[in-house]
Design a protein around this ligand. Structure first.
Ligand code: DQA
Length: 143
């Protein structure tokens, strides 16, 4: 079981950006958390982050035939990117959406998720634990 974990713009600023919303832990801490949890779950992960929409689209396309599933936090592109939605639909890999914060209880513009339309499930508002939930979900969905 090999999962691709994708993180979108500004998530590299975790720990610095709006800690009252996203917490005080850094992006490095998030990567360490995901790797530790993945090991415990017995799955292989590749973790990538980009501030550029096209990188995320390229990585989703390249995952075709190489990964068993995708965990994606598209960050701000969640609410704007039809290109990421289309890429997820194109590869048809089982995908799960994660958000550290609860996007439904924030500004109204965060309530729309394009990427989420191509995802089997969304975990939001659970902080780092959402990534573990997503990996667990994909492991049981794919098996
Ligand atoms: C986020 C929520 C998005 O609305 C926001 O643009 C982010 C992070 C989250 O993880 O809570 O950058 O995806």
């Amino acid at each position: 079981m090999k999962l691709l974990i994708l993180n979108g713009p500004n998530l590299n600023m975790l720990g610095i950006r709006e800690p009252e919303i996203y917490g005080k832990q850094s992006y490095r801490d998030l990567e360490d958390y995901i790797r530790t949890e993945a090991k415990g779950l017995g799955c292989e992960v590749e973790i990538r982050q980009s501030n550029h929409e096209g990188d995320l689209v390229d990585w989703i396309q390249q995952a075709y035939g190489k990964f068993d599933g995708i965990v994606i936090n598209p960050a701000a592109y969640t609410h704007t990117s039809v290109a990421i939605l289309d890429a997820l639909k194109a590869v048809r890999l089982p995908a799960v959406e994660v958000h550290l914060s609860d996007i439904d209880t924030r500004e109204p513009f965060r309530r729309i998720s394009y990427a989420g339309l191509a995802c089997r499930k969304t975990f939001q508002g659970h902080g780092f634990a959402g990534y573990r939930m997503a990996m667990e979900f994909l492991i049981s969905a794919v098996r």
